[in-house]
Design a protein around this ligand. Sequence first.
Ligand SMILES: [Zn+2]
Length: 85
Amino acid sequence: MATEVCIYCGSSRNIQQDHLRAKSKNGVTTVPACAKCNQSKGAKGLMEWFRWLKDNNSYRWNKIYLHNAFKRNLIAIKVRKIYNE
Ligand SMILES: [Zn+2]
C-alpha cells in the first residue's frame, strides 16, 4: 500500500483528511494533509492560506513550493500563482 503523503508539503507524518474548502464553509472534498499543514490552514481558503504562509511562514511555504513546483494539479497551479505574485 502506498504511503499517503501531505498533498501540500509531501510529509508522510501525521496524515489527516483536510477539507479543501473549510468544513465551516460547507466543504466536502477532502485531501490528505499533514497535521502541521492542516492546523496552519485552519478555515482559510487555499489562496488565502498560501498568501498567509508566504508572508508569515517561509519554512512551510518553501516546503510547499518545492513539493508542487513541477506538478500539474490545481493546487500546484495555485502555489505557482502565489509564488509569482
Ligand atoms: Zn503538510
